[in-house]
Design a protein around this ligand. Structure first.
Ligand code: THU
Length: 139
């Protein structure tokens, strides 16, 4: 893998640590997400599947919930890790969930742990997006 910055390495380590605790018995596809929040802390979450498949949830909302519970309010950067060689990019629903707490230039790093990271941004993954300011709420 390319050499990560110290900050990105901390996020990668946190995402991998929590990925090991993912509950993914149905897909076998364990995902970890780590957020650097506006309070300077790192918050991590994993996917949590369910026998009733549609009610399972992704790693990203788990990390967002951990951020809010821990006192963070904004996503400064998010790192997502999963299996394989292709970068594990947030699903469409998760892009919108990240949008609620991030800006267009917020870095999103996506990694399949056997491959190379994709360094992208929220605006690249979710262009022309709808968000809180449309409802009069400023971030
Ligand atoms: N998954 C995530 O947790 N995050 C993503 O960004 C992509 C997909 C999970 C959902 C499901 O538990 C498994 O990966 C397979 O789709």
């Amino acid at each position: 893998m390319v050499t990560l910055s110290d900050e990105d390495r901390l996020l990668f380590d946190a995402a991998e640590k929590v990925r090991a605790r993912a509950y993914a018995p149905y897909s076998g596809f364990s995902v970890g997400a780590a957020i650097l929040a506006d309070d300077g802390n790192i918050y991590a979450g994993c996917n949590v599947e369910n026998a009733a498949y549609p009610v399972g949830n992704c790693a990203e909302p788990s990390a967002i919930a951990a951020m809010l519970a821990g006192g963070g309010t904004r996503i400064e950067k998010i790192f997502v890790t999963g299996p394989g060689t292709a970068p594990v990019t947030p699903c469409g629903g998760c892009r919108q969930r990240i949008r609620e707490f991030a800006g267009p230039r917020t870095p999103i790093i996506c990694l399949g742990v056997e491959g190379e990271p994709l360094f992208t941004t929220l605006a690249e993954l979710l262009p022309h997006s709808f968000g809180p300011e449309f409802l009069g709420r400023q971030p």
